[in-house]
Structure formats: structure tokens, C-alpha cells
Write a protein that binds this ligand. Structure first.
Ligand SMILES: Nc1ncnc2c1ncn2[C@@H]1O[C@H](COP(=O)(O)OP(=O)(O)OP(=O)(O)O)[C@@H](O)[C@H]1O
Length: 308
């Protein structure tokens, strides 16, 4: 794997080494390595069926790998005691594709599920209050807590799923295609929310997406899955400098260029002052990039979106 920004000295809340996953004869991952840095939004991209969701499921212990090691928040998955495993599960939140809400429970009750499971000692009133707070934190009106998932729009369902993922004040947030199926404005708003929550709550975010605008708007780095492994991890400008056909096709194809143009337009609108000589400001220890694309800055008004 090419880690294009290997000057990082911090810790890695997620460390995947030599991962192998297979279903019968069908090998999905072989020798996959990945290091996720503390406090970053890591975008995970790759063609359909390359194993992005299987990778996420392996990291959160829902998929037993055939080989390799996965260390999450300092604990080796598989070796963790039952007590450690429970503790770990309370330190991450997951938004699955489609939200995965319980349809017979209200949004508030959905958010209460993990609270009840991990903190059974909390009183009913306090649990309901925490749930309402998480609902508001996810950008929904408090009244949404009393609605059933079927009464919500697609965007509201995603936010409800996010509220549940945030129920336990996690350190890690896993998002599987959070903007899929949202209209462009809803998707941009969800991106802004993700970035804001990451900044305010100090989250590390593992984000699977096909949405190029999301990558440009909120990801600090992007990991590319191909050929059964992570073939490269870096900022988008770093990835663009690689001569890999899939990466070039993905980022430099018509949709990739449209997303970049829209990002540049937003950057100019947001900050009309000329960039200081020598390029963009350093971000997270990364070298300045020449395109003017600041991979770390959100673009809340970005409404022209392109899916690969
Ligand atoms: N439980 C399972 N049993 C058998 N095969 C599976 C299982 N889960 C996933 N697969 C296979 O593993 C491969 C990778 O699936 P995965 O859902 O991780 O892909 P992905 O990269 O997330 O795709 P997409 O972008 O389309 O969501 C696919 O070929 C899928 O059919």
C-alpha cells in the first residue's frame, strides 16, 4: 500500500494489518493494510464490490476475517475479552446504509436503544432527554424524536440514524454511504453536519462513499480500495499525482473534474482573498497543495454534487 502522507506521528485509532476476507472461494481482501489517524475524516472509495462495507464490518467485529489483525482503540479485535469488546462497542457509532432504524420504534426510542443496552442504570426520563439532545445534535427538530421512521424523509432518516450512532458519545464514527439517495442540497447539508460534529466532538470518521463532492468537501484523506487491498491513502492532490488507471479515471473523469470545479468555485466564494504565496495553509501536517483544494475545509453551500 502506498501511504502518501507518512509523516504522521500521532496515534492510529484503527490499524488494519494483512487483512484477508473471503466468502468460500471468493477472496475479497488479501494483505490489506490501513491506518486511520486520530481526528481525521478518512474517505474510503473503490469500485462496487471491492469490499468497502466488508472492511467496515471487519473493523467493527461483524465480520470475522480469515487472516490478519485489526486493532481498534488499542484493542486487538478477536483477542479482546468480552468486557473489552463491550467497552469497545460503546466507543464507536455506526450509520449503516439506509439508516437501519427499527421501524416500530420512534426516532427517540431508536436513539435510546444503545443507551438502554450500555447504560441500563440511567432513569427513563434522563434516557429520553439524552435521546432528544442527540436528535437536536443531528440537526433534526426535537419533535422528530416522537415520529416513526416511516414519517421521515430520506434526509431526516439519515440524521435519525446519525443521532443513534452518536447516542453513546463515540470516539469513532463509521458512516456507510451517508449521502446516497439524498438530493444535492440535503447531501451537502449532511456533509457540513458531519464535518461540524467531527470538529466539535473530536471524532475520528471512517466514511465509505461514492460521492465525489463529499470527498472534496469533508475528507482529510482518502483510501482507495482496488485489487483486494488499499492501494493508496493520501489527500486528493496526492492521489491525483499517482498514475493508477482507476484513480485517474475516478478523480479525473468528467464527474471528478466537475466535483473539483465546484469545490474551487465554493473556495473562491468563501474566501475571495488571494492565497498566500507558497500555497494553501498546512493542514494536519500535510504539505500545501497546488490546486487550491483544501481537503480539510467543509463547503456548506456546495450544492452541485457528482456521484462516481
Ligand atoms: N455475507 C456475505 N456472504 C457472501 N458474500 C458477501 C457477503 N458480504 C459481502 N459479500 C461479497 O463481498 C463483496 C464485497 O462486498 P461489499 O458490500 O463490501 O462491497 P462494497 O465495496 O461495499 O460495494 P458497494 O460499493 O456496491 O456497496 C461482494 O462481492 C459481495 O457480494
Amino acid at each position: 500500500m502506498m501511504d502518501l502522507s507518512d509523516d504522521y506521528k500521532g496515534e492510529y485509532p484503527i490499524l488494519v494489518e494483512g487483512l484477508r476476507n473471503s466468502f468460500g472461494e471468493h477472496v475479497i481482501h488479501e494483505g490489506l493494510d490501513l491506518k486511520v489517524r486520530k481526528g481525521e475524516v478518512l474517505g474510503v472509495v473503490g469500485g462496487s464490490g471491492t469490499g468497502k462495507s466488508v472492511l467496515m464490518r471487519s473493523i467493527i467485529g461483524l465480520q470475522q476475517p480469515t487472516d490478519g489483525s485489526i486493532t481498534v482503540l488499542g484493542h486487538k479485535m478477536g483477542d479482546a475479552t468480552e468486557e473489552d469488546a463491550v467497552d469497545l462497542r460503546s466507543r464507536w457509532g455506526v450509520l449503516f446504509q439506509g439508516g437501519a432504524l427499527f421501524s416500530t420504534l420512534t426516532v427517540g426510542e431508536n436513539v435510546e436503544v444503545p443507551l438502554k443496552q450500555f447504560f441500563p442504570e440511567i432513569t427513563d426520563d434522563l434516557r429520553a432527554e439524552i435521546a432528544r439532545f442527540k436528535v437536536r445534535l443531528s440537526g433534526l427538530p426535537e419533535s422528530a424524536a416522537f415520529k416513526f421512521p416511516s414519517e421521515l424523509s430520506g434526509g431526516m432518516k439519515k440524521r435519525a440514524g446519525l443521532a443513534r450512532a452518536l447516542a453513546l458519545d463515540p470516539e469513532l464514527l463509521f458512516l456507510d454511504e451517508p449521502t446516497a439517495g439524498l438530493d444535492p442540497i440535503g447531501a451537502a447539508a449532511f456533509d457540513s453536519l458531519t464535518r461540524e460534529l467531527k470538529e466539535t466532538l473530536g471524532l475520528t470518521v471512517f466514511l465509505i462513499t461514492h460521492d465525489l463532492d463529499t470527498l472534496y468537501a469533508i475528507c482529510d484523506r482518502v483510501a482507495v480500495l482496488a485489487d483486494k487491498k488499499v492501494i493508496a491513502v493520501g489527500t486528493i492532490p496526492e492521489l491525483l499525482a499517482l498514475d493508477h488507471p482507476w484513480i485517474q479515471e475516478y478523480f479525473n473523469g468528467p464527474r471528478g473534474r466537475a466535483a473539483l470545479d465546484s469545490k474551487k468555485e465554493t473556495a473562491v466564494k468563501d474566501d475571495p482573498a488571494p492565497a498566500p504565496k507558497g500555497g494553501a495553509p498546512e493542514h494536519d501536517g500535510e504539505a500545501a497543495v497546488e490546486t487550491g483544494v483544501e481537503t480539510g475545509s467543509p463547503s456548506p453551500m456546495d450544492s452541485s454534487r457528482s456521484e462516481a
